[in-house]
Ligand binder design. Structure first.
Ligand code: CP
Length: 321
């Protein structure tokens, strides 16, 4: 694997999940693989989990890590060709990407959507220009359109908690629901997009539920079932994956903060004793009630733990190639 920018960069999701579970059992088993190699993590936006878990993953493989808060500490980058750079932007991506490539063997980038310019966000300007001009493999730590490391961690978590076969009976095909929930701020679509793309590779009944106007990009959801009645969507679900996102059609707008969409203990009672998932960070009692997050069915801490093994299996595949 050269770059990891999308869940489909993995040859097989199922095999990769199994490899990650194997790494989790003995995280230092490939400690020699990355010896003498360096990964450079560039953050144009904030992070807790991605920043720490990706470093831990690299260190488990014996790599050195360099972290830079590019958004606040780097020079402002110009991405357009042929521009007279007499305004605020001090450095062109052409030089920046080549210079950074000399300091590391892999570069990982977090650059969120602006939620102001749909066309530019869809072009994934930062990520695609690093791929174009860097001389080393590029890993997507959440771009304007996707968060494939999160989706892989979620696939690992799902695999670990799928309904097990009991007493010789075959496990039923799980029902997995992606539910929008309210949030005071406009949030990007990346996590939801990548979760949908990962779910399209799973043998499961998959339903998205959100208020009208919050449809994700149809190019991504394709023919995935959308149920506008959240309570109906929850019936018999085995997993409830919750995330807020802003409107895609009315790009970046918060159309509703309807508290009735918050995930509550009462709504979870409609499910098949479903596990609750969220990528974090999460706003308690806005997105989801305390009682759900603090319940035994909440997998949010396990999801965050699996971020390490998702990143580790990805870095391992890049180092091996
Ligand atoms: N889920 C996730 O990517 O967390 P951070 O934004 O804290 O990295």
């Amino acid at each position: 694997m050269k770059h990891y920018t999308h869940i489909n960069d993995l040859k097989s999701l199922q095999t990769t999940v199994q490899e990650a579970v194997n790494l989790k059992e003995n995280p230092l088993q490939f400690e020699q693989l990355g010896k003498g190699k360096t990964i450079c993590l560039l953050f144009f936006n904030n992070s807790l989990r991605t920043r720490l878990s990706t470093q831990k993953a690299a260190q488990n493989l014996g790599m050195h890590t360099i972290v830079m808060n590019f958004g606040s500490e780097g020079w402002q980058l110009e991405y357009e060709d042929g521009v007279v750079m007499d305004q605020g932007k001090a450095e062109h991506i052409k030089e920046a990407a080549k210079v950074i490539s000399q300091y590391c063997d892999i570069v990982a980038i977090r650059a969120f959507a602006s939620l102001e310019n749909k066309e530019k966000d869809q072009q994934e300007q930062v990520l695609t220009n690093f791929i174009k001009y860097a001389d080393v493999p590029v890993v997507n730590m959440e771009s304007s359109v996707g968060h494939p490391l999160q989706a892989l961690a979620d696939a690992i978590t799902l695999a670990e908690h799928l309904p097990a076969s009991k007493a010789g009976k075959t496990a039923h095909r799980p029902k997995i629901v992606l539910s929008w929930a309210p949030h005071p701020k406009a949030l990007p679509h990346a996590v939801a997009n990548s979760f949908v793309e990962m779910m399209q590779l799973q043998d499961a009944e998959f339903v998205i539920t959100h208020p009208k106007g919050y449809e994700l990009d149809i190019e991504i959801t394709e023919d995935t079932t959308i149920e506008y009645n959240q309570e109906k969507a929850f019936e018999n679900a085995d997993f409830i994956y919750t995330k807020n996102w802003s409107s895609f059609a009315d790009y970046g707008k918060v159309l509703s903060q309807d508290k009735n969409w918050m995930i509550t203990q009462n709504k979870m009672k409609l499910t098949n004793n479903a596990k609750f998932m969220h990528c974090l960070p999460v706003r308690r009692n806005v997105v989801v009630e305390d009682a759900v997050l603090d319940s035994e069915n909440s997998l949010v801490i396990q999801q965050a733990n699996n971020r390490t093994y998702a990143a580790q299996v990805v870095l391992k595949k890049i180092l091996e190639s």
